[in-house]
Design a protein around this ligand. Sequence first.
Ligand code: MLT
Ligand code: ZN
Length: 472
Amino acid sequence: MTLFTELQRLLGAAQVQDSAQAEALLRDRHGRFVGRVAAAVHPRDTAEVAAVVRLCGRHAAPIVVQGGNTGLMGAATPDASGRAVLLLLDRLNRVRQIDTDNDTLTVEAGCILQQVQEAARAAGRLFPLSLGAEGSCTLGGNLGTNAGGVAVLRYGNARELTLGLEVVTADGQIWDGLRGLRKDNTGYDLRDLFIGSEGTLGIITAATLKLFPLPAAQCTAFLAFASLAQAVAFLSQARQGFGAGLTAFELLSVDCLRLLREQFPASPLPFPDLEQPWYALLELSDHQDEAHARALFERVLGDALESGLLVDARIAESLAQNEALWRLREAMSDAQKRAGQNMKHDIAVPVSRLVEFVERTDALLQRHFPGVRNYTFGHLGDGNLHYNVAHAPGRSVAEHMADYAALSQLVHDSAHAHGGSISAEHGIGQRKRELLARYKSPVELDLMRRIKQALDPRGLLNPGKVLPEASA
Ligand code: MLT
Ligand code: ZN
């Protein structure tokens, strides 16, 4: 029997699609990667996932797991060989348990992130992972890629929000590690190995997540700065002034706001004149009440305005205004997509070296690629910038993209030289895997390879992702 018919027999014909039926799932969001598969399958529970893995093992068929297919690195797109099975966890979408005494929530990997947030809210709690794709990305994908987003500054990445996991191993066993413990110091941390492994070490099928109190009030403002150095200096003041209440500090350059105005002319900008070079979206969460939040917010912003650190501030006066400011920030991804391809870089450097990184890299870019335009934005509080570079006026997108290897290397070398990372929150996938050979030490790469060998000795889980070719 072929693998396809065996999968049909195992799961029922309705749960198994061929490459043509699954075509829409076989390309990534930006159409950069396109693959083919032997089958795409929709198991109904963890036991079925394990059975699929065992069956694929018997046929030596690779397995690629896919959640909402919103990733940017091609981690969830199979190769073109047509040998892989695409494993979709959309049927594993149950909330298994909410424990408000323990402040934990146990959910399956196929839940959409927004559903997880809503389940927490319905129980009077906050699940703080938050990113632009939250309406379609899944928790499994968030954990597989250790997603970041806009609340990392206060609550951490997906990894920091996870207490326990259920994982199907490469040989089709089920590891029940769904522990809701804040303290569990009993040997190697397997949970943290699987999180961020992009489906190359095991298949995450469920997770026990941390919940937090819902804030009593939130204040949001759009801020204007005369320089990036002033934005960084104000970040430090805001941390002091707001303490743990500082939940977001999202940076946008003036060129990003121009791009938003160009692409979404119906959305008004908080500063229509765009006179300053840098802007930020700031959010304070408060556990007392509206009046307390507002007084604190106005005091910290007022002090910064008085000292000249802040040029101007627009405080949201209503929920609708708050949402409009956030929509603007979250539209950056789509605005770039509409404007045509640019070169995306998801770098992180220590906040203390951020200004130097931007100044030096901007200057280097202009020296080697005159006229290119920077769209620099991102999560300033985490030192994580989306340092994106679009074509110079007068050059086509295709001409610009032909410089991708050289230009990206310049940016990544610069991030590396500033003590930084070439992938802060988007992962490695297939897009950046060869870069690891350049930026990770041989010792680190060797340790990663030995972990892969130990957990997936036949190399059937998401081959061609994360780890560079062995010869590299
Ligand atoms: C963001 O912060 O908006 C995303 O991580 C960047 C992107 O989608 O390119
Ligand atoms: Zn981001």
